[in-house]
Structures are given as structure tokens and as C-alpha cells.
Design a protein around this ligand. Structure first.
Ligand SMILES: [Zn+2]
Length: 346
């Protein structure tokens, strides 16, 4: 039996060599030779594959026993010889040299921004809610008061999946708003949540668009929740994230699931709202950052909330857009290209 013979010869050789090792340096070499990652014992283990099945367990056991024996011998010998000192090999160690710098990784700027944004709302008392990236058509559209003939439902805008369960169509969610529906269906008001996560749209990549990006959805529902609360929360959030000098304004807008709806602009972070000659805000002094509004009573009816008793606000913002404004990034595609020169700046 070949393997057993080899085992015996390795054992004999190893024991003799370890016994006669004269200094720590030699012992270290022997440890690598027999017990190292590419050592002789490792070789024996790889040969196990060719041993007939009935002898495999006995052979494995013998190799393990040898491994244990050699480990004990090496440890015992180390006690007498000590650990190897580099200087002993004649190498000089210059203590004035700077240390070796280890590269430490960090979070991706999108994840970092999402965490920074979420933390602001968590401090304002919002809970974090999550939902699946594969959503059904009802939660993604119907429940949010987006009728079947709405253009967002077009296959051009949305990624539909092959029918995976029964009659309802599934899709990659095109916003984080369906998390609102999921939470309201199983929670009674009052509630305050944010829903951070990935969303998908069949957009062609360009500096401002990418088929996958991140959003944070916010929702607050209770008795007497008003537009003033929305303004208060957003104002605190904007000053915290973009700096205390930042101004904000509402612009009337339309979203199916809020009524009234508004878009929120902040004073341009590049020209500080002056506008003159600024290419980023195109001379306007303002930049659009998010959409919001008071939850449409139809949405409340879908989740069995009494629209006469409860009111609420919702807002949604793009995480990449926030990072782009804050860190002056001019192309959304940079986030997914994984160039270290870009990522290392954060
Ligand atoms: Zn500007």
C-alpha cells in the first residue's frame, strides 16, 4: 500500500530532522516543509482521493495522527530553541524606517450615503422598513393609485418578470414606495418609517440615468399629520445633510399617490444659490432633490386606514443623486464602474 509506505518514510524523516534542528530558523523551515500550506502532509492528504474506499478512513486517521505528532514535536522543540530572530540571518533592521502601510477598505459611497441619510431620519424617530426588490404589480402600482393606463406601467419603463406565481404579474420595483403599502397593510397608525433600497428602471445609462439605483422612501401617518410636519422634517434633514446654510423651497407637482404633491429644491450647493454663471443649476440658483406630498386618501382606502381619521405625508429621494450633489459627482455611472481612483476618494 503506497500511501502507508510514504507516510512511514515522511514520519521517520520528519522526526529525525526536527530532533536534530539546531536553531529556531531551521525549525521554522521544517515546520513549513512538513506542516505548511504546501507541505508534505498536505501532499499526503491530497493523495487520499486515490485510496480505495475501504482504506480511506484508516489512511486519513494515520495522516491526522502524524500531523498531531509533528505539531507536538515542533511545539516542544520551539520551547528550547525560541522564535527565530531576523537579525540572526545577518539582515539589518532599520528602526527609523516608516512602517508598512496597510490598505484598509471602506464602504461604497452609495452605501455610505444611504447610511448617512438613514441615520438622520432615525434620529427623528423614523423606523427602517424593507421590502423585496421583486414586487407584484398591485403593490408597485395599483395600491399607489397608479392606474393601469399610466405610462410608468409601460414595459418601456419597467422590468417585468415571467409569471412566477399565479395570475399576478411581478416586476423589479421601480420605486421604494411599495414598502409603504406592505408596512401599512400590517401596521396600524401612528407610524413613521423610511424604506431604503434598490430600485430598477429600464433607462439607458447616461450621466444622469442608470437602470439600477437606490432610493429612500419616507412615510409618516397619524392623526393630524400635516404639510407643516412634512416641511419641518425635510427642512431638518436638508440642513443636516447639506449644511445649515442650505435653503429649501416647495414647487407644486403631481404624483399619483400624494395629494397635494410637491417637488423640493435646495439652494445650489455650487454657487450657494446665487445662480449667476453657474453651469450646475443653469443659472437658477436651485437644484431639485426630491418629491413629496400628503398621502392620497385612495392609498389609505387600499390599506384599510380611515382617510377621515388619518393623514400622512410621504417623500422619496434618490440616494445617488444626493451623493452626486454633496460630493460634486457629475456621472452616475461612476458608482458602478468600480475604479479605485474614484472609490478611494471617499
Ligand atoms: Zn448653481
Amino acid at each position: 500500500m503506497e500511501l502507508f509506505e510514504e507516510l512511514e518514510s515522511v514520519k521517520k524523516q520528519a522526526l529525525t530532522e526536527i530532533d536534530s534542528a539546531g536553531d529556531a530558523e531551521v525549525l521554522q523551515q521544517l515546520e513549513i516543509k512538513y506542516l505548511g500550506r504546501k507541505g508534505l502532509l498536505r501532499d499526503l492528504f491530497t493523495q487520499l482521493g486515490s485510496v480505495p474506499a475501504e482504506k480511506k478512513s484508516a489512511a486519513g486517521q494515520s495522516i491526522n495522527q502524524l500531523k498531531q505528532l509533528l505539531e507536538e514535536k515542533v511545539t516542544g522543540k520551539k520551547e528550547t530553541l525560541g522564535t527565530p530572530v531576523k537579525a540572526a540571518t545577518g539582515e539589518q533592521f532599520d528602526t527609523s524606517l516608516p512602517g508598512e502601510k496597510k490598505t484598509v477598505g471602506h464602504f461604497h459611497p452609495v452605501y455610505q450615503t444611504m447610511t448617512d441619510l438613514s441615520n438622520i431620519f432615525v434620529r427623528l424617530g423614523f423606523d427602517i422598513a424593507r421590502g423585496p426588490e421583486i414586487e407584484n404589480e398591485f403593490n408597485n402600482f395599483d395600491a399607489l393609485n397608479i392606474p393601469a393606463d399610466h405610462p410608468a406601467r409601460d414595459a418601456w419603463d419597467t422590468f417585468y418578470l415571467h409569471n412566477i406565481s399565479g395570475s399576478q404579474r411581478h416586476l423589479l420595483r421601480c420605486h421604494t414606495s411599495p414598502v409603504q403599502i406592505r408596512v401599512m397593510k400590517k401596521t396600524k397608525p401612528p407610524l413613521r418609517i423610511i424604506a431604503p433600497g434598490k430600485v430598477f428602471r429600464s433607462d439607458t445609462p447616461d450621466p444622469g440615468h442608470f437602470p439600477m439605483f437606490h432610493q429612500i422612501e419616507g412615510l409618516m401617518v397619524g392623526e393630524d399629520v400635516s404639510f407643516a410636519h412634512l416641511k419641518g422634517v425635510l427642512n431638518l434633514f436638508i440642513k443636516e445633510f447639506f449644511g445649515p446654510e442650505t435653503k429649501m423651497r416647495f414647487r407644486p407637482s403631481f404624483f399619483s399617490f400624494t395629494e397635494p404633491s410637491a417637488e423640493v429644491d435646495i439652494s445650489c450647493v455650487i454657487c450657494n444659490g446665487k445662480g449667476t454663471g453657474c453651469s450646475v443649476c443653469r443659472g437658477e440658483g436651485w437644484m431639485e432633490i426630491l418629491g413629496c406630498g400628503m398621502v392620497d386618501p385612495n392609498v389609505f382606502k387600499t390599506v384599510n386606514y380611515d382617510p377621515e381619521k388619518y393623514t400622512g405625508f410621504a417623500f422619496g429621494l434618490g440616494v445617488e443623486r444626493m451623493a452626486m450633489i454633496k460630493y460634486r459627482i457629475n456621472d452616475i455611472r461612476l458608482f458602478t464602474e468600480n475604479h479605485l481612483k474614484f472609490l478611494n476618494q471617499f
